[in-house]
Design a protein around this ligand. Structure first.
Ligand code: NAD
Length: 475
């Protein structure tokens, strides 16, 4: 059985114990993953702190050059990483390859925009006010299990290129790709700049309360985000929290049902619905409700769900048993409160495969509509009044994304402006990229990831305020 090591202070080390990692397609044990003790976390923080003075003094062009070496390393090892990713996470190999390519694109973009020039706010004969951007110190990145490589890379890249050092902790059910990345990248950065440790889901509180960590970038569920914020309060850590979502899509009466069905289907079921910005509640105007339900159900019924390494597979399993059981509960709720028109019956077989499930004739107020299933289940809700449906879309504690579907872009934009969330798409959903800021509203998070705004979250502002007319003493 393969065993993996953690990267701490430039060395590959074992954990103080280990856990077995399971392939979600068949529940077979894949490998052993190290589990770091709190003492090993302390060692990683000490290494990251020791590396800091040299790294923050390293010119930004050199930091960007080393980040590009990481991009090359991803490219050179793309097939190995994609296969491992598909095996541990479950996604089809083609989508795992896309995730490796996306990771390269994100890291390259942060290398390209790394320069944060001094901003001169005021310049006159007597005064000059400059705004500088400084690294924050030791950063921790805590990652979920849906995009184990991409999310690790999009925390590492902006952190290191702005002069911070980082400790990454992947999710305990998908640590292997991140640990492999640590092994491949061992020699790229000076010792201690990049550290990758793994756990059994127990190390989070020690990370979020650690006095040696200045900033925490977390992607995961809203309840965990709240616990992190509470634990980080004593040390006033800077926080970026990318949390859950329950994105609503509103299909207006003039939408093209065939085109909308295709876009909606892929945005709802990408990565088997395990995407924070997946489309999770679909509101369709009464006049095209039956047509759209039929078309989405036909696409879902034709989809092949299975082992990600099987070339015929289009959708992989749910990533882990806990999430699988949650998704099965949501399907039971959907059956009790609506009419299933695709999927709905989970096979009694090893692994966590769930057929793509579509439920119609369901209303707000059910768990499957109001909560985030984070799996391949889509509720389709009927509406007749646009103002009313905008209120219903906004009636959520989440506020990550939303979308409007219409053949009239002006009308669609008017609706989009009234949806309260970080991103509203028009005639698409879930489109994202390294150059587009990812923001959120309400309990979907705090802060911004990606783009210049995301890069700056890894820096602190420092003002230098100069009185130019200060005269030299005459002796
Ligand atoms: P999770 O919150 O259970 O776990 C995420 C990570 O947090 C794991 O590494 C876990 O070990 C760690 N963790 C657990 N308890 C902790 C604690 N007390 N302190 C610090 N860290 C702790 O989330 P998950 O189940 O892995 O991921 C699914 C959730 O993540 C969904 O709600 C989804 O919407 C959200 N998510 C959001 C985004 C986004 O960009 N907004 C992206 C991906 C996933």
């Amino acid at each position: 059985m393969n065993s993996y090591k953690m990267l701490v202070n430039g060395e590959l080390i074992d954990g103080s114990s280990s856990i077995e990692i399971v392939n979600p397609a068949n529940e077979q044990v894949l490998a052993k993953s190290p589990v770091a003790s709190e003492a090993q976390l302390d060692i990683a923080v000490a290494a990251a702190s020791a590396a800091l003075p040299g790294w923050r003094r390293t010119p930004v062009a050199e930091r960007a050059r080393l980040l590009r070496s990481l991009v090359n390393c991803l490219e050179k090892n793309a097939e190995e990483l994609a296969t491992l990713l598909s095996t541990e996470q479950g996604k089809p190999l083609a989508q795992a390859r896309d995730e490796v390519a996306f990771s390269q694109a994100f890291a390259s973009h942060f290398a390209d925009i790394a320069e944060t020039p001094v901003e001169v706010l005021l310049e006159n004969d007597t005064d000059r006010v400059e705004v500088h951007r400084k690294p924050l110190g030791v950063v921790a990145g805590i990652c979920p299990w849906n995009f184990p490589l991409l999310i690790a890379v999009y925390k590492i890249a902006p952190a290191v290129v702005t002069g911070n050092t980082i400790i990454v902790k992947p999710a305990p059910t998908t640590p292997l790709t991140a640990l492999k990345l640590g092994e491949l990248a061992q020699k790229i950065f000076p010792a201690g700049v990049l550290n990758i440790i793994a756990d059994d889901n127990g190390l989070g509180p020690a990370i979020s309360s650690h006095p040696g960590i200045a900033k925490l970038s977390f992607t995961g569920s809203t309840p965990t985000g709240k616990r992190i914020m509470a634990n980080a309060a004593d040390t006033l850590k800077r926080l970026t929290l990318e949390l859950g979502g329950n994105d609503a899509a509103i299909v207006l009466d003039d939408a093209n049902p065939e085109e909308a069905a295709k876009g909606i289907f892929s945005a709802a079921f990408l990565n088997s619905g395990q995407v924070c910005i997946a489309l999770k509640r679909l509101y369709v105007h009464d006049s095209i409700y039956d047509d759209l339900c039929e078309q989405i159900a036909a696409l879902a019924n034709a989809a092949v769900v299975g082992n990600g390494l099987d070339p015929s597979t289009q959708f992989g399993p749910v990533q882990n048993r806990q999430q699988f059981e949650k998704v099965c509960d949501y399907i039971a709720d959907a059956k009790a409160n609506g009419r299933i028109i695709a999927g709905g019956t989970v096979p009694d077989a090893p692994g966590f495969c769930v057929p793509l499930t579509v439920v119609r004739d369901i209303e707000d107020g059910c768990r499957i509509v109001d909560e985030e299933p984070f799996g391949p289940v889509l509720p389709i809700i009927r509406y007749s009044d646009v103002d009313d449906v905008i209120d219903r879309a906004n009636n959520s504690s989440f506020g990550l994304g939303g979308s409007v579907w219409s053949s009239d872009l002006v009308r669609a934009q008017q609706v989009a402006e009234q949806i309260d969330c970080g991103t509203v798409w028009i005639n698409q959903h879930c489109a994202f990229g390294p150059h587009i800021p990812l923001a959120s509203a309400r309990e979907s998070g705090i802060g911004v990831e990606f783009a210049k705004e995301g890069l700056l979250e890894y820096t602190g502002m420092k003002v230098i305020n100069i009185k130019k007319t200060y005269s030299t003493p005459t002796h």
